[in-house]
Design a protein around this ligand. Structure first.
Ligand SMILES: *[C@@H]1O[C@H](CO)[C@@H](O)[C@H](O)[C@H]1NC(C)=O
Ligand SMILES: *[C@@H]1O[C@H](CO)[C@@H](O)[C@H](O)[C@H]1NC(C)=O
Ligand SMILES: *[C@@H]1O[C@H](CO)[C@@H](O)[C@H](O)[C@H]1NC(C)=O
Ligand SMILES: *[C@@H]1O[C@H](CO)[C@@H](O)[C@H](O)[C@H]1NC(C)=O
Ligand SMILES: *[C@@H]1O[C@H](CO)[C@@H](O)[C@H](O)[C@H]1NC(C)=O
Ligand SMILES: *[C@H]1O[C@H](CO)[C@@H](O)[C@H](O)[C@H]1NC(C)=O
Length: 585
């Protein structure tokens, strides 16, 4: 009973342990527990063994002694021999037989006890063997578990290493990022410094520009033969190579022959005439430009009369007064282009401001230049889209033509005083639309700016003070009060290649008193009233003038409605002439 009880306890313990083992198979602590449990069980097992031995030993020893005792009296052995072979038993040994019988009974009882004890011991042995077996199974399990745990531990170590490597990699990346940030900051500082030094350099250049004043034009073309009414020779596209919008373009026209041979007429930058009337001559060389080219056109009849010339001083119908009248089909033409770097920084450079012939509030401007003196140079640039997909520039003109239906005349008019610049654009007042910013190309039938007729666009004003653009020579500006002089020796002499000659009429009175209007290179005006002086110059500094004939409605200053919606409209001959000559030092 004792043994069975112990066995049950051990089995229960093992069962509990195994359950626990499975539960905690994957925790490190359970391995430790398992091991200590195993050790404890080993101890318990040994104790059990000892206990069993201790308990069993005295019994067995006693039994052995009893058996030994029997053996020494030879009871068990003799009785057994008597029992098996009684052939020699005699009659007188009956008493002894009885005693022997008793001993035999005793002996077989003892044997039975021994056998029983033997059986119990065998059972115990069996139990112990089973225990040993269970125990070794458990040991294997522990070993398996241990190997799993080792693997897990390795895995954990590797994972830890991996995590640590990743962490250090991350730290490295972070450092790299900080380094990058630093170098970025440094770069920023460097850039800021560079910007600053660049700005200083620009200021220097600016200052240099202020003192360096006027330079010769960056681009001067060859003299090119042009011929009115000849589709091949009536248009030229001249690449100027600046890659930027010029600040000023001057077109010079040199007669091949005639009374003005050796004199130079100027190009105009707007169309104010057409081919509609057989008895109205017109002429000139019209120029427009952009960042790449200068476009030059001389008259080419569109659908009516071939009455356009390259040189036209306005003799027909007595439109203009003056000597040396000339109308020529052929002339040499060349282009002079001043880049922004050829001139000092403008004292006024306005934004591009909108012009729209269909909006009266976008047809007139007056911009103050606040120099409180007559500028040395003014240029008004008008920018329009053309059908050749380039935005092209024209320059402001000096007088308005009369409004006539279907004349399609155009051009933006400007004038300047010692305080401001005025700009007039022609409003569209008939449904057909007869004014344009540049004019339409009727009478100037050219393919290079096919069917140009800009209705909307924008303009800007460039103003240079005389102090900054001249050499400081007070001779740069000349006045002539006698407007009826046909020829005027304004300057000593100058360089037609490098210099810029300008000619103006200045109103002595009226709404535009003190304002200077640019002269014309040729007579375009066809209808009366009309305005503007035509001039030519020569390298000796002389000027020829062809002024509008007052008896056919001619006025030296002529601004009429619908230009500028009629603001500051004026027609007067109460004017005087002004010429300026700008040249490099
Ligand atoms: C029994 O007795 C016979 C005759 O005396 C003898 O031959 C035989 O060996 C004996 N048997 C044993 C088992 O001693
Ligand atoms: C960790 O053990 C898992 C599961 O056995 C295994 O997928 C993974 O690859 C092991 N990781 C390492 C680093 O051995
Ligand atoms: C032009 O000259 C005036 C007077 O010398 C000067 O004050 C002004 O700054 C100059 N303007 C430019 C743009 O250089
Ligand atoms: C004319 O221009 C003015 C100023 O830009 C603008 O306010 C007005 O709406 C325009 N009128 C028309 C009819 O486009
Ligand atoms: C010029 O053309 C561009 C592109 O077609 C257009 O956005 C712009 O309004 C035009 N400007 C004028 C003045 O017509
Ligand atoms: C013992 O001996 C007797 C007489 O000699 C005989 O009757 C008896 O059968 C024998 N017993 C055995 C078991 O041999």
């Amino acid at each position: 009973m004792d043994n069975l009880f112990i066995r049950i306890i051990i089995l229960a313990f093992i069962f509990m342990f195994l359950t626990d083992f499975e539960c905690n198979a994957f925790s490190q602590t359970s391995l430790e527990e398992l091991k200590s449990a195993h050790e404890m069980m080993s101890e318990d097992f040994n104790l059990l063994k000892r206990k069993v031995w201790m308990k069993m030993a005295p019994k067995l020893r006693m039994l052995k002694r009893q058996v030994d005792g029997l053996k020494s009296e030879d009871v068990c052995k003799d009785s057994s021999s008597i029992d098996h072979n009684n052939s020699t038993v005699s009659e007188d040994t009956a008493e002894r037989d009885l005693a022997e019988k008793n001993d035999i009974v005793k002996c077989s009882t003892l044997l039975n006890v021994i056998n029983e004890e033997k059986l119990i011991v065998r059972c115990l042995e069996e139990t112990l063997n089973n225990l040993v077996k269970d125990f070794s199974v458990m040991k294997n399990k522990i070993q398996d578990y241990e190997s799993v745990m080792t693997h897990v531990s390795t895995n954990v170590t590797q994972t830890a290493e991996y995590v640590s490597n990743t962490a250090s990699e991350f730290a490295t990346h972070l450092e790299e990022m900080f380094a990058l940030q630093d170098s970025h900051n440094n770069l920023y500082v460097e850039l800021t410094e560079m910007e600053e030094s660049f700005r200083l350099k620009l200021d220097e250049i600016d200052k240099a520009g202020k003192t360096s004043s006027f330079r010769k034009p960056s681009f001067v073309s060859k003299w090119m033969l042009m011929r009115a009414q000849d589709s091949d020779y009536s248009q030229k596209t001249v690449p100027h190579g600046l890659g930027t919008l010029p600040y000023k373009v001057d077109v010079q026209i040199r007669p091949i022959s005639g009374p003005n041979a050796g004199w130079i007429f100027s190009g105009d930058s707007g169309i104010q005439s057409d081919d509609d009337d057989s008895d109205e001559t017109y002429g000139g060389a019209i120029y427009f430009y952009d960042e790449t080219n200068v476009y030059i056109m001389v008259p080419l009849a569109n659908n009516n009369y071939k009455v356009g010339f390259v040189i036209n001083t306005g003799e027909t119908q007595n439109r203009r007064l003056g000597n040396n009248h000339q109308a020529s089909t052929d002339a040499y033409v060349r282009v002079k282009v001043w880049a922004p770097t050829d001139l000092p920084k403008p004292d006024l450079k306005s934004e591009w401001l909108p012009l729209d012939i269909n909006n009266r509030s976008l047809a007139y401007y007056e911009l103050s230049h606040s120099l409180n003196a007559y500028p040395g140079l003014v240029n008004v640039q008008i920018r329009c889209n053309s059908s050749v997909e380039t935005s092209i520039i024209s320059e402001g003109l000096g007088a308005t033509p009369k409004f006539r239906a279907y004349s399609n005349a155009g051009g933006v008019i400007h004038a300047f005083s010692d305080t401001s610049v005025r700009v007039w654009a022609g409003l569209n007042v008939s449904n057909g639309g007869d004014n344009r910013l540049f004019g339409a190309m009727d009478g100037w039938k050219h393919s290079i700016l096919n069917n140009l007729q800009a209705k909307e666009g924008e303009f800007r004003v460039l103003v240079w003070s005389d102090k900054n653009i001249t050499t400081g020579d007070s001779e740069f500006e000349k006045h002539e009060e006698n407007t009826e002089f046909a020829e005027w020796s304004a300057f000593e002499k100058f360089s037609p290649d490098n210099d810029l000659f300008s000619f103006y009429v200045q109103a002595n009175d009226g709404l535009n008193k003190g304002f200077r209007f640019r002269g014309y290179g040729n007579s375009q005006s066809m209808n009366s009233p009309f305005g503007g002086a035509v001039y030519a110059y020569n390298p000796n500094g002389d000027v020829r003038i062809w002024r509008p004939n007052p008896s056919v409605g001619g006025h030296l200053v002529h601004i009429n409605y619908p230009y500028g919606d009629g603001i500051n409209a004026q027609a007067t001959n109460d004017v005087h002439y002004v010429s300026t000559l700008l040249g490099p030092k």
